[in-house]
Design a protein. Structure first.
Length: 527
């Protein structure tokens, strides 16, 4: 197999990709056995023809002969690197591994443990997706919140109600990312995620993908229980002995904590039980909404229906803080993502087609110990105070304001929010929700971003955006174990990831270290 890199194709080129490859390689049609897109991106730089840039894997007849006469530096022999799960260790497990949480970290940890014979048991405090969707829509439509089944809690974690973005900056010598994408595709995700530069599944597709992944875990010998809250852990001689789920005591050698970043009650209990927990910096701010056409015109400098909804990534630093865009959702919606009565929080989501007329993104400001204190859960308390203040001001609705009015400190009115917001909105002055240093930084940052994207400061803002990442980290050693033997902190909630893909990677890492140490519980049926 060969790899062809940097194949540039004008976006208006109407030739079939196969024809383009044959023409580029100067070969006959029957010499091309097969081809597969490996990477695809868009070149929208000013002064360049708007183009797709491809990397393609190619099977040719008589490849060696072709390589001998080839003088193109972008065509080479392809060497495939595959993900390899480690061989099992020798230590015997007395009990089945237990995983708390069925977000991306819990899902992929459970998948790899189950596939390799370790029969994990997963406990998720929320509901399975069909019931969870009903609870979320009831909250958006009727303001009736289920604290254990909402945008934050339930099967798939917070990512279930998101854009399903899979891009990450993580270096991946072990090829875990490709394996994650492959599993997603096997479970029904669009095959394009294997090669798009910024892959996404979309909240509509992600729901079915997660259900299919759950079924694979069960078929491999895992168990999954919903409506199951971790109430307590019991430690003996510095090692996990058993846990309490709802009202039931369960023995285990291994407890994998794949809780999401919103599980405040769990973090409080773990700290009380002696786990080493520390706070870590995070960021808070607002969601900003523009018409998708405004973003498209700025990013592509042209209108073209062939192009996907455009994204952006913006950063700015003032004297003390970073201000940046986060979780940008093209063609999406802003949602009320509250998970606790008396608190309000926002998030963004998109369907796979990203076909709403509006783009939204979090614009957030970094905060640290100087702002909230040095105790382990100080960041959590800081977030909760902001969410409670927002609730008091908005009566549980999402705060909304035109940015120009935010600068002036006056309420907005007559914003038609129903086309881009899931949940009710309240016309309030968002300045009253945040400390002044956050308001000042947001205004400074958004006005700076206006120099990068025309009319960026003409957007509508919604608040508060507070659940960008976990404000805590449960400490673990080089073997990924906490100071309590047998307890493995994992994923975004424990402070080791920042999205779907990185959480999935961390779940796989935990599965790997367990497999290296312990024997399988049973040999899986290969049929």
């Amino acid at each position: 197999m060969l790899i062809l890199k940097n194949l540039k194709v004008d976006i208006n080129n109407n030739l079939d990709l196969k024809e383009i490859i044959i023409k580029y390689l100067h070969i006959k049609t029957n010499e091309l056995i097969s081809y597969e897109i490996s990477k695809k991106s868009i070149d929208a730089r000013v002064g360049h023809n708007l183009s797709y840039i491809y990397e393609i894997l190619i099977n040719l007849k008589e490849e060696e002969k072709y390589l001998k006469r080839n003088r193109n530096e972008f065509i080479k022999k392809y060497i495939e690197n595959k993900y390899i799960f480690p061989k099992s260790g020798e230590k015997k497990l007395e009990f089945r591994p237990i995983i708390i949480g069925l977000g991306p970290a819990g899902l992929f940890c459970a998948y790899f443990l189950a596939k390799n014979g370790y029969k994990p048991i997963v406990y998720e405090r929320g509901k399975e997706i069909p019931e969870r969707i009903k609870d979320v829509e009831k909250f958006w439509n009727e303001s009736i919140l289920n604290e254990n089944s909402n945008v934050q809690f339930g099967e798939g974690g917070a990512g279930t109600f998101s854009d399903g973005k899979l891009n990450t900056q993580v270096k991946d010598k072990e090829n875990r990312i490709k394996e994650i994408l492959k599993i997603f595709v096997e479970c029904g995700a669009p095959k394009e995620i294997m090669y798009e530069k910024n892959p996404h599944i979309g909240t509509d597709n992600l729901r079915n993908v997660i259900i299919n992944l759950r079924n694979k875990i069960i078929n491999y010998g895992g168990e999954i229980h919903f409506n199951s809250v971790l109430k307590d852990i019991y430690i003996q001689n510095g090692k996990i002995k058993n846990i309490k789920i709802n009202d039931k005591i369960i023995n285990t050698d291994i407890l994998i904590l794949a809780t999401g970043h919103s599980a405040k009650d769990t973090f409080e209990m773990l700290l009380e039980k002696g786990l080493k927990v520390k706070n870590k910096p995070f960021a808070i701010g607002v969601r900003i909404v523009h018409s998708q056409s405004l973003i498209d015109e700025n990013q592509y400098n042209i209108r073209n229906k062939k192009l996907p909804a455009a994204t952006y990534k913006l950063t700015y630093n003032n004297d003390k803080r970073g201000i940046y865009s986060f979780c940008m959702c093209p063609g999406g919606y802003v949602v009320n993502a509250s998970s606790k009565k008396g608190n309000v929080v926002t998030n963004g989501m998109s369907n796979y087609l990203r076909d709403s007329k509006y783009a939204n993104s979090a614009i957030i400001v970094t905060v640290n110990e100087e702002d909230y204190g040095s105790t382990p859960l100080a960041g959590l308390k800081y977030i909760e105070e902001i969410e409670k203040k927002a609730y008091q001001i908005t009566k549980g609705k999402v705060a909304i304001q035109e940015f120009k009015d935010y600068e002036l400190g006056i309420k907005s009115c007559n914003i038609n929010a129903s086309s881009f917001v899931k949940g009710e909105v309240a016309y309030v002055d968002i300045n009253k929700i945040f400390p002044e240093y956050i308001n000042k930084s947001l205004k400074e940052g958004i006005n700076y971003f206006n120099t990068k994207i025309n009319n960026f400061n003409k957007g509508v803002i919604l608040a508060p955006e507070t659940r960008t990442s976990s404000p805590v980290r449960i400490e673990r050693n080089d073997e990924l174990v906490s100071n309590i033997l047998g307890i493995y902190p994992c994923g975004e909630g424990s402070g080791y990831a920042g999205g779907i893909t990185t959480s999935a990677i961390d779940g796989i890492k935990i599965a790997e270290v367990i497999a290296k140490k312990y024997k399988e519980i049973n040999k899986r049926n290969e049929c």
